[in-house]
Ligand binder design. Structure first.
Ligand code: HMH
Length: 207
């Protein structure tokens, strides 16, 4: 099954992963400030975990995928700087407990190294594609959120997602039936965890 077919065949699940009142609030400007702050701090921890997980994926990757995965790693390091800059500007401490929802997602990603490469790369592609789709639904974004919308809808990010899709497609083409099934399960899990991540920002009713 191609990566795109995974999205098509799990449409309802993908919509839960990529549409949420959080994103509507980013678009309209009605987003509760607390939800944004919670998202920013937890997403910093998410990216920091993703960076470690992706380093393991790079180690497992075939020659064809090294440039995409290594380039992505450097971008994630820069992204941590970017989050730290925003946190400083907003007076937010990043030294807070990682929310169980965020921790569960990061543990899933770091645990992927136990699985076949097809599942690893499918999960990574799904994770990045989810953010591209989610933030694309919030275009152009109201101030002060526009910069965040621009970050995850930037043409360079869209190209990265296309490159990851090509990596995932090659891996799925070469996968055994059992590996393909494992990759599909990983895709579904990413979609569920993405939906949960948006829900997490909403806890506390936006006060
Ligand atoms: C929860 N999913 C989540 N955060 C992110 N920053 C991305 C995906 C994209 O890197």
């Amino acid at each position: 099954m191609s990566p795109q077919l995974l999205v098509t065949n799990h449409r309802a699940l993908w919509e839960r992963a990529t549409r949420h009142p959080f994103l509507d609030g980013v678009r309209t400007g009605q987003l509760p400030a607390q939800a944004f702050r919670r998202w920013l701090v937890q997403d910093y921890h998410f990216v920091s975990g993703l960076l470690r997980a992706q380093a393991h994926m790079l180690a497992a990757s075939p020659r064809t995928d090294q440039k995409t995965l290594a380039g992505g790693l450097v971008t994630l390091v820069d992204e941590l700087d970017w989050f730290e800059g925003h946190a400083r500007r907003l007076g937010l401490s990043l030294d807070v407990p990682v929310h169980p929802t965020c921790r569960e997602y990061v543990e899933f990603l770091t645990g992927l190294c136990q699985k076949a490469y097809a599942a690893q790369i499918t999960a990574l592609w799904a994770c990045e594609r989810a953010y591209l789709d989610a933030w694309s639904g919030a275009v152009p974004g109201a101030e002060p959120y526009r910069e965040f919308v621009e970050h995850w809808t930037h043409p360079a990010f869209a190209t990265y997602v296309v490159d990851l899709e090509a990596c995932a497609r090659r891996a799925l083409e070469g996968a055994s039936p059992a590996e393909a099934q494992e990759a599909e399960q990983a895709f579904r899990r990413v979609a569920e965890l993405e939906a949960g991540f948006w829900e997490m920002t909403w806890e506390g009713g936006g006060t």
